[in-house]
Design a protein around this ligand. Structure first.
Ligand code: 13P
Length: 259
């Protein structure tokens, strides 16, 4: 049996109105799902309530795409961890590359976000990954080390902490990283977690892969023992593709599909 249960997280980004998101959530609820894979859905903030209602009692977790660094107050347009908790959210993305690139958020912001989540008992899904230029310059390991520094202030990991390795060049491009690249980076990340928090926490921490995951490449990616699931954008908007990804995640790891 696998040490870590696999997890598929659907990141719906800024797509789908609340009505359309609720309809898609109901379609996912209606389909058969393998018992051995966890599923979470991250719709936009305004859709949390309706998607949450559709997921209630189904075992599919509600996730959010972001959280603000402060607890409460005069921060127009922002959403706090306590608001997300009240909405039924269990898991929250932190550090997505789209926020790093488009909003200029950096490790100190992610550290504060993870603190807020920890205060409310919400699990962070911390996203890391290098750009094409960083990979080409051989800097991937350095970049990941710097991104892990968001955890410097934590003597123990935030409860429920999960990682997503999302190479920026693979997101939304159709060019997923190869299983070998992903397996290698996940092993590197796990070693970094072990240095920080010890080997047993490293061994039980889930590391997801994200970036152009599709029904076509998922069997190869999920054949890697180091890959504990996926953080999926485009394919997560199509119910039959989600079914295919869940089936791929439920298959035993072989390591044989390395490419
Ligand atoms: P795609 O699956 O569309 O490449 O998006 C990946 C992603 O950014 C998920 O957070």
């Amino acid at each position: 049996m696998r040490v870590r249960r696999r997890l598929l997280v659907a990141n719906w980004k800024m797509t789908r109105t609340p009505a359309a998101a609720a309809a898609l959530a109901r379609a996912l609820v209606a389909m058969a799902r393998p018992a051995e894979v966890d599923l979470a859905i991250a719709p936009s903030f305004p859709a949390l309530d309706r998607v949450g209602a559709a997921l209630s009692g189904t075992g599919i977790a509600l996730a959010a795409q972001d959280v603000y660094v402060e607890k409460e107050g005069a921060f127009t347009g922002e959403v706090s961890a306590s608001m997300l908790k009240d909405a039924g959210v269990a898991l929250v993305l932190v550090g997505h590359s789209e926020r790093r690139l488009l909003r200029g958020e950096r490790e100190p912001d992610f550290a504060r976000k993870m603190e807020r989540l920890t205060e409310e008992g919400l699990a962070p899904l911390y996203c890391v990954g290098e750009t094409r230029a960083e990979r080409d310059a051989g800097r991937t390991a350095d970049v990941l080390r710097n991104q892990l520094a968001a955890l410097d202030g934590f003597s123990a990991p935030p409860p429920g902490l999960t990682f997503a390795y999302e190479p920026v060049w693979a997101i939304g491009t159709g060019l997923a990283a190869t299983p070998r690249m992903v397996g290698d980076v996940h092993a590197l990340l796990r070693a970094g977690i072990a240095v920080r928090f010890g080997p047993s926490i490293a061994a039980s921490t889930r590391i997801l892969y994200g970036g152009s995951v599709s029904p076509g490449n998922a069997p190869g990616l999920f054949a890697e023992a180091e890959v504990d699931g996926g953080l999926v954008g485009g394919a997560s908007l199509v119910a039959k593709d989600v079914a295919a990804l869940l089936a791929a995640a439920a298959a035993p790891t072989t390591g044989a599909a390395r490419a």
